[in-house]
Design a binder for this molecule. Structure first.
Ligand SMILES: [Zn+2]
Length: 173
């Protein structure tokens, strides 16, 4: 059995909705439909969906770099209503850019004997890039769906796609 997992990264109100605390602009809205379709494809194949979610303390040190966002228990930290998870989906909470950093992600994937990941979500040059980097360093096979990732910075988005392809060996599809 060659199962793969879809990682849906940071599709949360604070990043994707116009009134969000760290709204990334309209590039975020454009990837909702492609992500919905990909989630549907994965469900049809009985492949697993993991939602990777920023989830900060109100005084998180990350707020030295970025305005406060995705504070645990707030509306802003919730997954957007268009992508509401099903009961059997996995939800992984993170406090740093990489979905693997001090979270349950790696152990959960290992328990399911997963070797292959597909990444969608935001931001291409931050949480997608650093999650892809961690995944590659742990030897997962990684694909990024280029029409289903987005950033507030188009140049950085393009750089990150190139970096993932050329340096991390990620398949960009
Ligand atoms: Zn954050």
């Amino acid at each position: 059995m060659n199962r793969k997992v879809l990682l849906v990264i940071d599709m949360l109100n604070d990043f994707i909705k116009e009134d969000g605390k760290l709204y990334i602009g309209d590039s975020g809205g454009k990837i909702i439909l492609p992500i919905q379709k990909e989630i549907e494809n994965f469900r049809k194949e009985k492949d697993l969906i993991f939602y990777i979610c920023d989830y900060h303390r109100p005084d998180d040190k990350e707020f030295n770099l970025f305005p406060p966002h995705c504070i645990s228990g707030t509306k802003g930290a919730e997954i957007i209503k268009e992508l509401v998870p099903f009961k059997n989906d996995f939800i992984i909470y993170k406090r740093r850019f990489s979905g693997f950093f001090q979270t349950d992600l790696d152990i959960s994937l290992r328990e399911e004997e997963i070797l292959e990941l597909e990444l969608v979500g935001v931001c291409t040059n931050i949480c997608v890039l650093y999650t892809a980097a961690s995944a590659r360093m742990l030897n997962y096979k990684v694909t990024v769906l280029k029409d289903a990732v987005a950033s507030f910075d188009e140049q950085a988005h393009n750089f990150a796609l190139k970096q993932m392809k050329d340096i991390l060996g990620v398949e960009i599809r």
